[in-house]
Design a protein around this ligand. Structure first.
Ligand SMILES: Cc1ncc(COP(=O)(O)O)c(C=O)c1O
Length: 464
């Protein structure tokens, strides 16, 4: 751990035992006993620690080391998660009021960027991988078609890997974008660890900007993220844009955790992640051979080697039920569930015992195959856009029960969380067909749905 510059500088700074007349209020003292080690390096922008958004040392050296690890020209550490990284990337790549070609499987933070920046989305819909509707690959000809529909689009944004671990063909998408002189932005929130398992970062594959959540798959703390850049968008633009979407007091503990995670990945972490990928490969085989469940494998599509997506369709439990049983009876907590899957995030921090516990649970005799699997989930029908995301977002609005929402215009994204992927975007009309889908997979008929209220006087409305 000899070259975590930024972390080491914070430790040196703390070792000075200076009188700390600056924030945070704990002053590096063990006021909260359980957190005293963290308190020591929990600094702010003072002499010696640098200012994140000014590109100061020692932060920028830590960023350069991380950029090197990802094969990027530059990178920016962030403390507002990939949410902040994506908003920064979008604001840097697309002018206000511009058009963004974007996969419909994008995270809800992308919708927030659309509302704030008044962007028009031109959606491309990933093809389902199987009958469970799991979002799969984006076809190049559909991106071409979107570019033809929206020739003034300023950028393409795709999610890769997605929550289920499915990875897009980034080199081909990057080539296509560059032929059309637009940047490719990749939401790689789930892919911060990929270089450790031999998968080049999105930037190494030709993307221009990529958001990675260091807290999701690296051992960094919650909210820590990195915005990677190929250099096509100037670093200064990123520096001046990022603070619009984050606190002016970014946590030094989080920043140091990114620095430490990168240093660890260059050392012992590399072997830990290689072992994780091997274990996941053998778990997938074991699950498919010796349990009633089915693991997603490379045969289904290109996958993150560390993501374990386990299908339940054709068994006596839904993904949600399996999640509940694993938690309550086996002491196994998974990242998320949907009707037909559970998703396990696996990293270099998992142990053989953790995996054995998961396998033991999956082999339990209470789980069995059934003759009639759940009905296939067809792709969610794309709703019709009636007005801009921004108009819908900031309009007067009211809530109606889902059963009465047909014909209404959505004012807030309808986003089952996780995976946090909107099914209906603000400004789109909710049809009866959408209500039936939502009832089948996610919501009850009384679920409150936020819709535009065209008759209301905006001033007089309560916020819903
Ligand atoms: C695909 C995807 N992108 C972006 C985000 C936002 O990341 P963060 O939680 O780091 O802000 C998430 C969060 O779950 C996500 O799943």
């Amino acid at each position: 751990m000899s070259d975590a510059f930024f972390y080491q500088q914070l430790r040196k700074q703390a070792a000075r035992k200076a009188a700390r007349f600056h924030m945070p209020g704990h002053k590096g003292r063990p006021v909260l006993p359980g957190l005293h080690h963290l308190a020591e390096i929990d600094y702010t922008e003072i002499e010696g620690t640098g200012n994140l958004y000014a590109g100061d040392e020692p932060i920028v050296s830590a960023e350069r080391a991380a950029a090197h690890w990802y094969g990027a020209a530059d990178c920016l550490f962030l403390t507002g998660g990939s949410t902040q990284a994506l908003m920064t990337a979008i604001a840097a790549a697309v002018p206000v009021g511009g058009t963004l070609i974007v996969d419909r499987n994008c995270h809800t933070s992308v919708t927030h960027a659309m509302a704030l920046l008044d962007l028009t989305p031109e959606f491309v819909v990933p093809h389902p991988l199987d009958e469970t509707g799991l979002p799969g690959l984006i076809h190049l000809q559909e991106v071409e078609a979107a570019l033809a529909r929206a020739p003034h689009a300023a950028a393409l944004l795709v999610t890769s890997p997605n929550y289920y671990g499915v990875m897009q063909d980034i080199p081909a998408l990057a080539q296509l974008c560059h032929r059309h002189h637009i940047p490719l932005v990749v939401d790689a929130a789930h892919g911060a660890h990929l270089p450790a398992v031999g998968v080049p970062s999105p930037i190494q594959q030709g993307a221009d900007l990529a958001a990675v959540s260091a807290h999701k798959t690296l051992p960094a703390f919650g909210q820590s993220a990195i915005l990677l850049s190929s250099g096509r968008v100037p670093f200064d633009t990123l520096l001046e844009t990022a603070p619009m979407f984050g606190t002016s007091s970014p946590s030094y503990v989080l920043l140091a955790s990114i620095d430490l995670a990168r240093a660890w990945m260059e050392g012992d972490g590399a072997a830990a992640y290689a072992q994780c990928a091997q274990r996941v490969a053998s778990l997938r085989r074991e699950i498919n051979q010796s349990t009633v469940f089915s693991a997603l494998t490379e045969e289904n599509g290109p996958l993150d080697p560390c993501r374990l997506t386990i299908g339940c369709r054709g068994t006596n439990v839904t993904g949600h039920k399996l999640n509940e049983i694993l938690h309550a009876e086996f002491g196994v907590d998974v990242e998320m569930s949907d009707r037909d899957h559970i998703v396990c995030i696996c990293t270099g921090a998992d142990t053989a015992r953790d995996y054995a516990r998961l396998m033991g649970a999956l082999r339990d005799r209470r789980f069995y195959r059934v003759a009639y699997p759940s009905i296939p989930l067809l792709p969610f029908p794309t709703p019709q856009r009636v007005c801009s995301v921004r108009q819908a977002w900031f309009s007067a609005r009211r809530t109606v029960p889902l059963a009465q929402a047909a014909g209404q215009i959505c004012a807030r994204a309808l986003t089952p969380y996780p995976p946090g992927v909107p099914l209906i975007y603000p400004g789109e009309r909710i049809g009866q067909v959408h209500i039936e889908f939502l009832l089948a997979g996610w919501y009850t008929d009384t679920a409150p749905i936020c819709v535009m209220d065209p008759t209301a006087n905006r001033e007089g409305k309560a916020i819903c």
